[in-house]
Every structure is written in structure tokens, then in C-alpha cells.
Design a protein around this ligand. Structure first.
Ligand code: T1G
Length: 697
């Protein structure tokens, strides 16, 4: 036996308890412990076996840290089959999150009981693989094709109630897993319940799996795992169980070899690593109970909504009672979405809007809040006035945060007598939906203020990334570069529609021009005007077609026209016929003879510019690690998760080839294609961005 699985014989019931914190992952010690435990129970003459988890949860799946390493026997599917083939009655008692291999262990048992708060599922597709320990063979026998495919291809978690309804578990009972499991095993023995092996149940009737495969592949926008999982379920129908298990294993191993699995595992660990910063080790955040939000427009109302939903009290300050009421209306509108989806009750809705939220037009009402977030007009003079007033009224130790998307936090902090308390909290619109939060740390920001920003982000359910101060911080700075790369390709011969199609084929939910239409083209227009006013770098390729589009009042979806004409609806993607003539006029004025672009070249240039600027952002310390950039692009900019993020993608396609392209393009456009020093250094040293991540872990 191993410590990871303890064995105890209580009368005629053997108890196998998992002790492998933090999530009882099914690493080697756990697997061997389960097999030895079953064997010992049979040798001891037990009549039943109870399997449950100590600590936070039943098994939460295979040990993802073993992925990519040579698999070590006993393999998980064999452990599940060993459990199922035991002549004893095997009961699993579930709590916490019985996920992936964890649920597969439970499906290998003969009976399953769960506490009411237990959740379960087969989320393997979310990390680029598929159930590989019998999930695609047993679940369809238990709940049928439709329900099993819904659970397997979505990777979603289901609650104990739904699992009971579906027949995945037999009973839901309050109490400790060990106690309710023991009582249930006793009851089964006393009633002479038979062994009940799912593998011996009849397979469901066949359906059109080719159609299901195609529909699933289309829905997952190029991600392979969900569609391949359909083939696994198909095997459960078309092959005898043992053959089906072999087929499942083959398909699972194929997915394990894919770049997509590498990308999604990278994303899984990166989104957990990103909040772990050496500079914050042992640094306690300041208390957070009451916060102030200044400015109740779309952003301010979204931030207030997110704060209210996380249990914070919010004082919303606006310039007039009418504006304050309008802000409350936006917040109520946001919350009504949560109400409709059943995330909050009507009573909760009322409590949030009538008690937790208060409105004011006086800064004095912010004198006792723990933290203030200003979300006023993006103008430095306006922000400075706000922070001067905050400095005068807020209690000592209050955190003073700006939601600015690019303005200099050092400059804002300098307006106060307490620069150590000033930080940037850059939310993404809509702030109550988007998970990314850039925590912008200024020169003088105190470590506990940074820690407080991360504590607020965690409380709000955000994925927070530490950013340094520069124009656009991490995400918007990189966005402006890869958008420019796209604009340059348009000047040289590509169309916005080709570029959108190429990037959507690559895996983005929307290409850059469709995204511009969605966000509002006036935002980019304002940035271009600001940057022209600040003076463009020598040799920068300027253009006017995008401005002409905006001068005509075409800001995208909100005005009905942008790069696309929305009269036929957003999904129709009808190009706006005014756009190409504007582009052709620019090309003529610049003396450019347009040339053809392939989708491959479009993606290569777009991605090379993204990787190059990301390398500059890491090299300058604006982002602490390459994984911080990956998480930013995954959570704020629609980067396809199965590619892991731009720098994970770069490692997988090869840094030398990317650098060679950039150097070749620099010969014709040295201003735009300046190789990032960090990229040159990594290539010279034969290292990868992941090597940097490992060094800073
Ligand atoms: N393997 C290894 N480590 C894991 C892990 C796993 N499966 N799950 C979590 N961790 C680590 C995580 O990295 C973090 O580490 C710590 O545990 C706490 O996690 C054959 C092959 C279970 C809902 O996909 O969804 O089974 O940062 O911060 O918010 O078919 O973790 O502390 O060092 O997320 O309470 C299928 C993935 C695997 C579940 C808990 N299972 N995990 O959430 O804590 S594939 C999964 C989760 C499989 C079989 C296939 C969540 C959680 P550190 P956490 P949490």
C-alpha cells in the first residue's frame, strides 16, 4: 500500500481512502494504491469496498503533471477495469469535484453516492484530450449517446442533483463521504444488492456519428479533442467493451501527441501560475469590504456589478443625481442578466441594488472606503483632478486605483501625497463578464497595494496579470502592433475580409476587423489621432482609409456599418462596399501596387508581429514572464486557447524561423520589423520562452 491510499477493514467492508492533496490527482502512487487495496480486500474476505477521498475532493482526475512523461503502469483505464471486475460490491462516495479520471474511477465502481455539493464531469477536452479511462465507453451505457456527448464534448461540470437525475449516481446524501459511503455499502450488503458493472450493460443504439463528428468539429472552431471524443463514444456502440476500451486508448494517445494538448495544458498551468509572483510572497493584502467607483458609465457600472456580485459594498460616485441614477440603471441591467440566468435570486438582486450599492455625488462619502476605482473619461487632466480629490478625502491606507487603459499611472500617482497607495486596475469591457484584469504596478506602488489588487481580482473571479507602466500596458500595447501589421498588409494588397477569414481559420473567434466593428471603430480612431498628435516614429506607414470610414460615422455594429454592413445582421458578415475604395485611394496616394497575400502569409506576419512585441514586453519587464503575456492574450483578446497563447505558439512553431522572417521583413520595413532583443537572445542561446517561464517559477 502507499500513503496516497490508506486501507482499513471495518467488519466486512474494506475502506480505501485517498490522501493526495491538493486534489487527490490519480498519480502513480494513487493508482497502485487502489489496485493493491482492491486485491487486499479480496484476500481479506471483505464483501464490499468503499472508495472515497480525504481532503477537498474525490479524485479530480489524472495527474496532469504526468502528461508528456512516459506513462507508468498501472494505467488508469486498467485501474478502473480492475475495480469493476472485483467480485466484491465496490462503492464510490463523491465530494468536491470528481473530474475526468476521478469520475471514471466512480464509473468503474458498482454504486455511486455523493454529497449534495459534489460536482462531477469529464473535462478532458478542456485540456486538449478526451476521457481515456473508460469514460467514453461507460457513460454512454449509463446515460445514452446524447447526454454523454453533451457532458464529454463540453467538458462541463454537473451538480449532484443533475447527476442523480441522469443516473450517473445512485444517491445524494448529506454527511461526510466516509460516513455516507459506509452506510450505503452496508445497506447494499444487507439488501443483497448485486454487483453492477456498467461494462456489462447494453451499449446504446447507433446514431449518425459522422454527422455528429462534423458538427462537433465545426462548433469547436478547429479544436480537435471534442470531435475525436465523438469517435470514442462511437466505439462504445460499434465495438465490444474491451475493443472499445482499446479504441478509446488509441484515440486518447493520438490527442496526447498534439500541439493542442500542449497548448491547453500550458494554458491550464499558466492561468494558475500568473497570480504567483515572488515579489508578493508573504505580503498581506489590505482588508477589502467597501469600495468606491467613480464614474458610472459602461466600464464603471461593469466594475461595480462585478464588485457587488463578489460581496463587496459599492459607493458609486457620479457628477449629478441623474447620472448616478443612470449608473444604477446600468448596474441593475447587468445584474438582471445574472437574475435571468439563475445565478442570483430576486432577493439577492434587491439586496445588491438597494443595500450593497449606494449612490452619491459627494467625494466625502468615499472617506471610509478601503479602495476606490476611478473609471472616468480617458483624459489625464480629468484623472489628475479626481486623484487630487481622492487624496484629500480618502482614509489613510485606502487604495486609489485607476481603470485607465493606457495613461501613465506614475503621472497620476504623482498628483497625490500617497503614491504608494496608487495602482492601475485595468478591467476589460464588459467588466462584469471579461475575466482579464491587468494590475498595473507603478514605480512607487507599495507591495501590499499590489497584493490588494490581486486579492480584489481573485474575489471578483478575475484572472489577474501584473503589468508594468507603458502605453497600453501588456495587452493593448501588443494589440496595437498586430493590428498595425494587419493594416500594413491591407496597404500592400490584402483586404480586411481576407485577414479576418485567415485569423478565424487560425482559431480566433473573430478577426481583427470584425473585432473592431464590435468594440467600436471610434476607439481605434481616437488612438490613431492621439499617436499622430504625439508624433509617429520615423518611417511609420500612416494611412487614412480607417479614418475616412470613421469620418463617415461608421463605427461598426453600433452604427450599423463599419468594415461590414450590419443591415443583414452581425452574422451575415456582409462587407461594407465603401471600404475597398478608401483602401485603393490610400494605395494610389502611397504609390503602392497591390499584391496577393495567402492566408498562411497573413497569419505568419500577424503572429510574428504579436510574438515580437510580446518579446519586447517581457524583455522590458512590463510582463514578468512569457506566460503572463499568454494569459493576457487568452483572457482578453480571444487568442485560441488550444494554441496556448502567442509565446507558447511561438515555441511550438520554432523561434529561429520567426526571427528569420522578422529579419527578412526588416530589410523592407526596418521601422516596423525591429527584432526584439529577447527573441534574438533566446534564438542565439537555443532557448525557448518556456525555458524563461521555468526559470521564474
Ligand atoms: N493534476 C495535477 N494537478 C492538478 C490537477 C490535476 N488534475 N488539478 C488541479 N491541480 C493542481 C493545480 O495546478 C493547483 O496547483 C492545485 O492543484 C489547486 O488547483 C484519463 C487523462 C480540481 C476544480 O481536468 O479543474 O483525468 O497551483 O488552483 O480552484 O480521462 O483544479 O496549487 O501548485 O485549480 O480549487 C481531468 C483539472 C484530468 C481537473 C480545483 N481533470 N483541475 O480547482 O484549485 S485529465 C481535470 C481543476 C484525466 C483521464 C484523463 C481544478 C479543480 P498549485 P486549483 P481549485
Amino acid at each position: 500500500m502507499t500513503d496516497a491510499i490508506t486501507y482499513e477493514l471495518m467488519g466486512d467492508i474494506a475502506i480505501l481512502a485517498a490522501n493526495n492533496p491538493p486534489v487527490n490527482a490519480l498519480g502513480y502512487d494513487v493508482r497502485i494504491g487502489l489496485v493493491q487495496g482492491i486485491e487486499r480486500a479480496e484476500q481479506d474476505g471483505a464483501r464490499a469496498v468503499l472508495i472515497y477521498g480525504e481532503g477537498a475532493t474525490f479524485f479530480a482526475g489524472a495527474d496532469i503533471r504526468e502528461f508528456g512523461l512516459p506513462p507508468k503502469e498501472p494505467f488508469l483505464p486498467d485501474v478502473c477495469t480492475r475495480i469493476e471486475s472485483s467480485p466484491l460490491i465496490v462503492v464510490s462516495a463523491l465530494h468536491g469535484t470528481a473530474l475526468g479520471g476521478g469520475l471514471e474511477i466512480a464509473l468503474g465502481s458498482h454504486y455511486r453516492i455523493a454529497v449534495p455539493s459534489a460536482r462531477m464531469g469529464l473535462p478532458e477536452v478542456l485540456i486538449g484530450v478526451m476521457p481515456g479511462a473508460g469514460g467514453t465507453q461507460r457513460l454512454p451505457r449509463l446515460v445514452g449517446i446524447d447526454k454523454s456527448l453533451d457532458i464529454i464534448t463540453s467538458g462541463r461540470q454537473i451538480g449532484a442533483g443533475e447527476a442523480l437525475e441522469l443516473g450517473i449516481i445512485d444517491r445524494v446524501q448529506d454527511g461526510a463521504p466516509r460516513e455516507i459511503g459506509l452506510a450505503y455499502a452496508r445497506e447494499l450488503l444487507d439488501m443483497g444488492a448485486p454487483r453492477r458493472a456498467i461494462s456489462e450493460m447494453p451499449a446504446p443504439a447507433p446514431v449518425d456519428f459522422d454527422a455528429l463528428y462534423d458538427a462537433t468539429l465545426k462548433k469547436s472552431r478547429g479544436q480537435l479533442a471534442p470531435a475525436v471524443a465523438v469517435r470514442g463514444v462511437q466505439a462504445s456502440v460499434e465495438l465490444p467493451f474491451a475493443e472499445g476500451m482499446k479504441r478509446e486508448r488509441e484515440l486518447f494517445r493520438e490527442l496526447m501527441e498534439t500541439d493542442q494538448r500542449q497548448g491547453m495544458i500550458h494554458a491550464f498551468f499558466a492561468e494558475r501560475q500568473v497570480g504567483k509572483l515572488p515579489e508578493l510572497k508573504g505580503v498581506a493584502p489590505r482588508p477589502l469590504a467597501d469600495i468606491g467607483v467613480i464614474g458610472g458609465g459602461t466600464m464603471g457600472a461593469g466594475i461595480a456589478t462585478s464588485a457587488l456580485l463578489s460581496g463587496l459594498n459599492v459607493t458609486m460616485l457620479e457628477m449629478s443625481p441623474e447620472a448616478a441614477e443612470a449608473a444604477k440603471g446600468r448596474i441593475a441591467g447587468n445584474l438582471s442578466g445574472a437574475l435571468k440566468r439563475g445565478k442570483i435570486s430576486q432577493a439577492k438582486f434587491d439586496d445588491l441594488t438597494e443595500k450593497a450599492l449606494s449612490l452619491t455625488t459627494s467625494y466625502d462619502d468615499l472617506s471610509q472606503v478601503d479602495l476606490v476605482i476611478e473609471a472616468v473619461y480617458e483624459d489625464m487632466e480629468v484623472k489628475k483632478k479626481v486623484f487630487t480629490q481622492l487624496d484629500a478625502v480618502c482614509k489613510p491606507g485606502a487604495v486609489l486605483a485607476s481603470n485607465t487603459s493606457y495613461l501613465n499611472i506614475d503621472e497620476i500617482a504623482a498628483m497625490t501625497s500617497r503614491p504608494g497607495d496608487v495602482i492601475g486596475l485595468h478591467f476589460f469591457s464588459p467588466a462584469h463578464v471579461m475575466k482579464l484584469l491587468e494590475i498595473v504596478v507603478a514605480d512607487k506602488t507599495a507591495p501590499e497595494v499590489t497584493a490588494t489588487g490581486f486579492a480584489l481580482g481573485k474575489r471578483m473571479g478575475k484572472v489577474s496579470v501584473r503589468a508594468g507602466v507603458c502605453d497600453g500596458f501588456i495587452g493593448n500595447r501588443i494589440l496595437s502592433i498586430y493590428r498595425t501589421a494587419a493594416d500594413h498588409m491591407i496597404l500592400d494588397g490584402a483586404t480586411p475580409y481576407q485577414i479576418d477569414a485567415a485569423l478565424e481559420e487560425f482559431g480566433f473567434a473573430m478577426g481583427p476587423y470584425a473585432v473592431g466593428d464590435l468594440a467600436g471603430l471610434d476607439i481605434g480612431w481616437a488612438v490613431r489621432k492621439r499617436k499622430r498628435a504625439e508624433g509617429l516614429p520615423e518611417g511609420a506607414r500612416d494611412f487614412t482609409y480607417a479614418d475616412k470610414l470613421c469620418e463617415g460615422g461608421n463605427f461598426g455594429q453600433k452604427t450599423g456599418k463599419g468594415y461590414y454592413d450590419y443591415a443583414a445582421g452581425a452574422r451575415a458578415r456582409v462587407p461594407n462596399p465603401d471600404v475597398i475604395p478608401f483602401i485603393e485611394a490610400d494605395r494610389a496616394a502611397l504609390g503602392i501596387t497591390p499584391r496577393d497575400f495567402t492566408s498562411d502569409e497573413i497569419v505568419r506576419r500577424y503572429m510574428a508581429s504579436m510574438v515580437n512585441e510580446s518579446a519586447k514586453v517581457v524583455g522590458e519587464g512590463i510582463a514578468r514572464r512569457p506566460l503572463d503575456v499568454d494569459v493576457t492574450l487568452l483572457y482578453g483578446y480571444g487568442f485560441p486557447r488550444y494554441r496556448g497563447g502567442p509565446l507558447k505558439w511561438a515555441d511550438m512553431v520554432g523561434l529561429p524561423g520567426l526571427l528569420a522572417d522578422i529579419r527578412e521583413w526588416a530589410e523592407t520595413d526596418p521601422n516596423f520589423w525591429q527584432p526584439a532583443p529577447l527573441l534574438e537572445q533566446l534564438v542565439a542561446e537555443g532557448r525557448t520562452f518556456d525555458d524563461l517561464n521555468k526559470e521564474s517559477a
